[in-house]
Design a protein around this ligand. Structure first.
Ligand SMILES: NC(=O)c1ccc[n+]([C@@H]2O[C@H](COP(=O)([O-])OP(=O)(O)OC[C@H]3O[C@@H](n4cnc5c(N)ncnc54)[C@H](OP(=O)(O)O)[C@@H]3O)[C@@H](O)[C@H]2O)c1
Length: 241
């Protein structure tokens, strides 16, 4: 069966590399972005879909369109997420006094709620014969690993994402049987998201999006598919929840 891959957040650094990698391996790639991207951005079988608003209704309509075309997905990677946003002055909080209702709502909206809406609708078009759904999470979303503090909104929204994925994995397994959900920490990757935070990262620990895409695809193929949900990092190591 042909690998039908959906990448959400297609204009992003890691997403672009994943689209390139999957299409070069012969997969049919559906790429969703808020932005109007062109099908000529990548070689191979890539179709771009603009979804300017990613709420329950628009995601549902998009998934229904794919269902009408009899598309059955074998791999999904939801890359949607943000850490800082200049347009409304949101930066990761250093101390309690920096915590704001507006920033918390924005973090949860993008990092937890949008992926949750994708999880809700994609269950209807994922293959029952061996499918994988990945959400790009972050190690800072691990509650047990949090020794440093700070970054309240980003951390909490990624922890919420992890819980949503873990909870959905129980139902996905019941409904689809041969399916695996993965929360993935890509390490620090040289994209717009990490740019302001790269100063203290050793050069060899700042990964290219291309390396990141290859690592992710490699680790997915090695995971135990009997386990319905995994939280792993760029090196294939388990991250504690
Ligand atoms: N880079 C790192 O060091 C790093 C480390 C740990 C975890 N991660 C995680 O990896 C994922 C991808 O990150 P990246 O480094 O590739 O960052 P990126 O280049 O900024 O890509 C993130 C993508 O998320 C989508 N997005 C952002 N805000 C959105 C919103 N309000 N509504 C809908 N979509 C939105 C956008 O896709 P469209 O505009 O195309 O829709 C954007 O291109 C994120 O979830 C991030 O938290 C990254």
């Amino acid at each position: 069966m042909k690998n039908n891959v959906l990448i959400v957040g297609a204009s992003g650094g890691i997403a672009s590399a994943l689209i390139e990698q999957y299409s070069s391996e012969g997969a049919r790639v559906f790429a969703v972005s808020r932005a109007p991207l062109s099908d000529t951005n990548h070689s191979g079988d890539v179709t771009y879909h603009q979804l300017a608003e990613q709420d329950d209704r628009h995601i549902s309509e998009f998934v229904e369109q794919l269902a009408e075309q009899q598309v059955v997905l074998t791999t999904v990677v939801i890359t949607t997420g943000f850490l800082h946003r200049e347009s409304d002055g949101i930066h990761p909080e250093k101390r309690l006094e920096d915590v704001s209702e507006q920033a918390l709502a924005a973090y949860f909206s993008t990092n937890s709620i949008i992926p949750a809406m994708w999880l809700k609708h994609l269950v209807n078009i994922m293959s029952k014969e061996g499918s994988t759904l990945v959400c790009l999470s972050a190690r800072v979303g691990s509650i047990s690993d949090n020794g440093l503090g700070g970054w309240y909104g980003y951390r909490a929204s990624k922890a919420a994402l992890n819980m949503l994925v873990k909870t959905a994995s129980v139902e996905y397994k019941r409904r689809l049987k041969d399916v695996m959900l993965v929360c993935y920490h890509p390490g620090t990757v040289d994209t717009g998201l990490s740019k302001p935070f790269q100063k203290n990262v050793a050069a060899k620990k700042l990964f290219t999006p291309e390396f990141t895409a290859k690592q992710l695809i490699h680790h997915l193929s090695a995971l135990n598919r009997d386990q319905s949900c995994h939280f792993i990092d760029w090196n294939g190591e388990v991250v504690t929840w």
